[in-house]
Design a protein around this ligand. Structure first.
Ligand code: PMP
Length: 421
């Protein structure tokens, strides 16, 4: 019988589960490299299990038609699969209704959607509070909006530990704060932010809360109600699902009050030559033919993730990270960025005398895939850099198919790189 990760089980016991689950990921048999693949870049995108690939292929083989418009059986079946993914997502998130689940292309589009709709209602002098550890996806759309609407952006500083300075955060909140946008898990530091307290403080100040859950959803089964968010964004591809689809969840009354995003088919209920009437939620925000096969893939990914226990998986990944950090701490010249307690399975690090890009290229020759650079978080890399010089780091990130041996191999290769530098 197929096993799930277990909370409270030993690292070795969960490693054995990961070993079994790894067989469900074809990439480890069919990838382009020569030797075995040690994939430590799951924070960039996770690998996809067969169940997800099958669900997507199933749409193309059995139900390839456009959604919502067709009267024919095939179109009805495509619509059923597409909308079933929405219902599944709503249940997974603990949404009050499936009308609260908007499909987008991913986290980035979800946040842009919000900036272009909710954000356009903000006025000159209004403030948005973000953090210094945000991914560019949760910075640039607000910078663009601030320039359009004359808004002020304020930033919660990051402490050396990799945690947010919550005392400073409280001082940033005020009557002008309209929105607080924060990542649930840093894609660089692995810090898991106290989203609930951040949201409660924001609400007390009368502000709305957006949670960037791109790195959080893969590692937690938490419900949006527990997070206290008003909006939440994530991408399917980081949690075993396909590229090209993601979610913006929002409270129904807020979504209802927002204007549509892009214009076109499906987002309307009527059009005349003079104007249009917007469709109901959630289709009001879904212009054009959506990613139908990908929606089926997203549903399969949520099923897959839930079947292995995301909270226990998150715990396993954190333990792998702790093991890797303990090994790094034994190597002189290796610096780990951020030391927040309870971190996720994401470890960014630098090696004295070896540039992160050279290190990543060298590791790749041993079949080890890690990320290198500034991880789409330039301000954070500057914060942990030297003066104005941003730090370029390598990043290892774990997922359900990651093994103890992967972490140990990385640590031993890094030791060699450091010794030979
Ligand atoms: N936010 C965070 C925290 C991320 O890690 C990422 C992806 N690296 C994004 C947003 C953007 O996600 P996507 O590229 O799938 O839109």
């Amino acid at each position: 019988m197929r096993r799930a990760f277990l909370r409270g089980a030993s690292l070795q016991a969960n490693d054995a589960v990961a070993g079994e689950l790894k067989d469900e990921f074809p990439i480890f048999r069919t990838h382009a490299g020569s030797g075995p693949l040690v994939y430590l870049d799951s924070a960039a995108t996770s690998q996809k299990p067969l169940a997800v690939l099958d669900a997507m292929e199933g749409v193309y083989r059995e139900a390839c038609a456009n959604v919502h418009r067709a009267i024919h059986t095939l179109g009805e079946e495509a619509t059923r699969r597409y909308e079933s993914a929405r219902t599944r997502t709503a249940t997974r998130l603990g949404a009050a209704s499936r009308r609260e689940v908007v499909f987008t292309r991913g986290t980035t589009e979800s946040i842009n959607l919000l900036a272009r709709t909710l954000g356009e209602g903000f006025s000159s002098g209004d403030e948005i509070v973000l953090s210094e550890m945000e991914h560019h996806a949760n910075l640039v759309p607000w910078q663009q909006l601030a320039a359009r609407r004359g808004l002020k952006l304020r930033f919660v500083p990051v402490l050396d530990s990799g945690e947010l300075d919550l005392a400073a955060y409280e001082r940033l909140l005020g009557k002008k704060t309209r929105l607080v946008g924060v990542t649930a898990t840093s894609n660089v530091l692995g810090t898991v932010n106290p989203v609930r307290s951040i949201a409660d403080l924001a609400h007390a100040a009368g502000a709305l809360v957006l949670v960037d859950a791109a790195q959080y959803i893969p590692r937690s089964g938490a419900k949006v109600t527990e997070l206290g968010a008003d909006f939440l964004a994530f991408s399917a591809h980081k949690h075993y699902g396909p590229f090209g689809i993601g979610v913006l969840w929002g409270r129904e009354a807020l979504l209802e009050a927002m204007p549509p995003f892009m214009g076109g088919g499906d987002m309307i209920s009527d059009v005349t030559l003079e104007g249009f009437t917007a469709n109901e939620l959630p289709w009001k925000f879904e212009a054009g033919t959506p990613a139908i096969a990908e929606a089926a893939g997203l549903e399969a990914a949520l099923d897959w993730l839930d079947s292995v226990d995301p909270d226990a998986l998150g715990g396993y990944e954190s333990e792998l990270a702790a093991r890797l950090i303990a090994a790094f701490d034994e190597i002189p010249g290796v610096r780990v960025l951020g030391r927040a307690p309870g971190r996720a399975g994401i470890v960014a690090f630098t090696v004295e005398g070896v540039h992160a890009h050279d290190l990543a290229a060298w590791l790749d020759r041993s079949g080890v895939a890690v990320r290198a650079g500034q991880h789409c978080a330039h301000p954070l890399s500057r914060r942990f850099g030297d003066g104005a010089l941003a730090v370029s780091s390598a990043r290892a990130s774990f997922a359900a198919y990651s093994r103890i041996a992967d972490a140990d191999l990385l640590a031993s290769l890094v030791r060699r790189a450091r010794e030979e530098a």
